[in-house]
Ligand binder design. Structure first.
Ligand code: SF4
Length: 681
């Protein structure tokens, strides 16, 4: 049933008519099609999944119906995975969409609080900069801060670290509350007709809404949710629902405890309970500090990593979970979780008891002070509950002890998202989830099964690109590159790296640079890089060890350059134009299930009668191969080659399945010179 008023439909049509008159506009029928489908869903309060390919003009296809329905009285949330895309929506696409309408609805932008500058913290760190930020910031977020503050490099990063909003603060009782960027953004986001935000905020909002008496969170009550970059929503949900007990998190707990202690010290002195109050604080501090010390020691036998507990009960009983459990580490980890959990609970109940007594004895002053620490006490209580969830995981989840060379952490991860997401979101609000890569083997089942989403409507929009003429596939001849899994088993990796280096060298020379080589492991990338021999005219950049550095920009700026990169470049990296002529997917990126959450997920899938390799590992791999290949063609003008260097694509059964999920119609070559010649024909 179409519940969209004629007026709203007319407003959307008019907006597209105006857009067509703008210079540089390219007609894309699938853009209008998507806008109209979204409009129907918003009007009918229904749920939908969309594969909306790159180049379709997805942002405006989303915003135009959202603005039209917001004018008609709906509240709509638009969330992306990355803050970069959220900022692009806010600064570029939303103003364009608004300019196409006579009347404009109220709008707001909200991302995670730690991406906002805290004026109080900045004032304590560098008071001279506060006025610069006040005068020149509009959103008060990190990207803006880095542009306007007259510092650079390390000095700027250090200042940002100190000035970023803390995870909890006195909020209303902060002297700078009225001008606080974060709380100003929260106030606007609670009522604005259109809110641009990110996936994490949507998850946090849903958790807070579930826990609140009136069923609303920071985003207020809204009518429709649009999730862009929806393929990454599962990761955001996993991150939002995890709990970690680690040295940095215990440091945050200790910082908040210190602020609580100071905030109530005056009341304790006035009521003659200073020593008792200090004792309350000292108990939690001792528990947290001791645990922090123990987790910071280099791992030994006592801290052997592995699974601590799993839920549901039949999952905990599986052979896979038992085999991955830690016996030595269990007492160590559970002792810490129990000590910190109990200390948090005891502290919060003592603080509440004292707070009530002080309020009745000391009146208004006590009310203000205890109200001021309410956010802190909520944080400490939730930290304690998190510790409890390590001991007794709920739903479909696993708790485990993990470590690296220098420290140990205790975590609880949700491995079955379908149930919590259904409760938190899907049953609560109508939605549309969109992405350029949502479909696998011709269906949305992978996303639906993993997320629990049960849409009323699904649609794959046609791509505006002509892959048959814009792109070609290069698959080296059989035997040109060894099988990587055989090379690993036989310890003949150097020969494998040498073959890859030879192939990549030929590709880079044939494409005159312009090659993005995507690797699955740093060891492999560095091994191949060290063997590369290409003319100096075609320099090769390699992604640095931590983060991405500026290699992406350098690659975009210089067409003769090639780039060797890892996971973060498989998705979301955009290099349109002649600077990118070849994407080389070096190896099929299978995830080997060695980490406790991966082992637990595989065991849980087997219990459900599913095949974890086919339905999770292979499915994820196909999706990643689609995303990696998707880096090549970003505009209708782009041309180029997808080089697939893993010989298993020819020899294994799954190879054909992976190839079937790449864009259809591309010609395949086994000689790179032929592929380049054909592309530039
Ligand atoms: S309200 Fe909180 S985040 Fe905002 S300025 Fe004050 S302390 Fe910082």
């Amino acid at each position: 049933m179409n519940l969209v008023s004629e007026e709203t439909t007319h407003a959307i049509e008019l907006a597209f008519a105006k857009l067509r008159q703008r210079s540089g506009f390219t007609e894309r029928p699938s853009q209008v099609q998507l806008a109209m489908l979204l409009s129907d869903l918003i009007g009918g309060g229904q749920r939908g999944l969309f594969e909306a390919p790159t180049g379709l003009g997805k942002s405006l296809a989303t915003l135009i119906p959202a603005v039209a329905h917001a004018i008609a009285g709906k509240r709509i949330i638009i969330a992306t995975y990355t803050n970069v895309l959220a900022e692009q929506y806010w600064h570029k696409d939303l103003p364009t969409a608004l300019s196409l309408f006579e009347e404009n609805p109220s709008t707001a932008f909200l991302i995670g609080r730690q991406r906002y500058v805290c004026l109080t913290a900045l004032d304590e760190t560098d008071p001279h900069v506060v006025d610069v930020v006040r005068a020149r910031s509009t959103l008060g977020i990190e990207s803006e801060f880095r542009k306007i503050v007259p510092k650079s490099g390390r000095e700027l990063s250090q200042l940002w670290q100190k000035a970023a909003a803390p995870p909890v603060c006195p909020a209303r009782l902060c002297p700078m509350y009225d001008e606080c960027f974060y709380y100003e953004a929260r106030r606007k986001a609670e009522t604005a007709s259109i809110v641009i935000t990110n996936h994490s905020v949507v998850i946090q909002d849903a958790i807070m809404a579930q826990a609140s008496a009136d069923g609303t969170g920071p985003l207020g009550k809204y009518d429709f949710l649009i999730l862009d970059e929806a393929h990454d929503f599962l990761q955001a949900a996993t991150n939002g629902l995890e709990f970690e007990l680690s040295p940095p998190n215990l440091s945050a707990l200790l910082g908040i405890l210190g602020r609580c202690e100071n905030a109530l010290l005056n009341l304790a002195e006035m009521s003659g309970e200073e020593a008792a109050w200090r004792r309350d604080c000292a108990s939690l501090r001792t528990a947290a500090e001791n645990s922090q010390r123990r987790l910071s020691m280099p791992p030994d036998l006592l801290t052997e990593p592995g699974i601590l507990a799993a839920a549901p009960g039949n999952l905990a009983e599986t052979e896979q979970i038992k085999a991955a459990s830690t016996q030595n580490g269990k007492a160590f980890a559970e002792g810490i979780a129990q000590t910190v959990g109990e200390a948090c609970a005891t502290f919060v109940s003592a603080m509440e008891r004292r707070g009530l007594a002080w309020r009745s004895d000391l009146g208004e002053r006590a009310r203000q002070a205890t109200d001021g620490i309410r956010n802190y006490s909520t944080y400490i209580r939730e930290f304690g509950l998190g510790c409890q969830s390590v001991l007794e995981p709920q739903g479909v989840s696993v708790s485990y002890l993990g470590n690296n060379r220098s420290e140990t952490k205790i975590r609880r991860d949700i491995i079955g998202l379908a149930e919590p997401l259904t409760e938190l979101l899907w049953n609560r609000v109508p939605y549309a989830a969109l992405s350029a890569t949502m479909v696998l083997d011709g269906s949305f089942d992978f996303f639906k099964n993993a997320s629990g989403a049960r849409p009323d409507f699904e649609e794959v929009l046609p791509t505006p690109f002509d892959f048959a003429t814009q792109a070609a596939v290069y698959l080296p001849k059989a035997g040109a590159i060894p099988d990587p899994s055989v090379a690993r088993q036989q310890g003949s990796e150097p020969a494998y790296y040498r073959a890859l280096a030879r192939e990549l060298g030929e590709i880079i020379e044939a494409c005159e640079g312009r090659t993005l080589a995507l690797f699955h492991s740093r060891k492999e990338m560095e091994g191949v890089f060290s063997m590369m021999m290409v003319p100096e005219d075609f320099p090769i950049l390699m992604q640095p060890k931590f983060g991405a550095g500026n290699v992406g920009e350098r690659f975009r700026d210089d067409p003769a350059t090639s780039l060797f990169a890892l996971r973060s470049f498989w998705t979301g990296f955009d290099a349109p134009g002649e600077t990118l002529s070849c994407v080389a997917l070096v190896r099929v990126p299978f995830e080997v299930p060695v980490e406790p959450p991966q082992i637990a997920r595989a065991a849980y899938m087997r219990l459900q009668g599913q095949d974890p390799f086919r339905e999770f590992t292979l499915a994820n791999t196909k999706m990643l191969m689609r995303q990696g290949a998707g880096r090549l063609i970003r505009t209708t003008e782009d041309v180029g080659i997808i080089a697939l260097l893993d010989p298993r694509l020819r020899t294994k059964r799954y190879g054909a399945e992976i190839l079937d999920n790449l864009p259809s119609g591309m010609r395949t070559f086994d000689d790179i010179a032929d592929a380049v010649g054909w592309i530039h024909r």
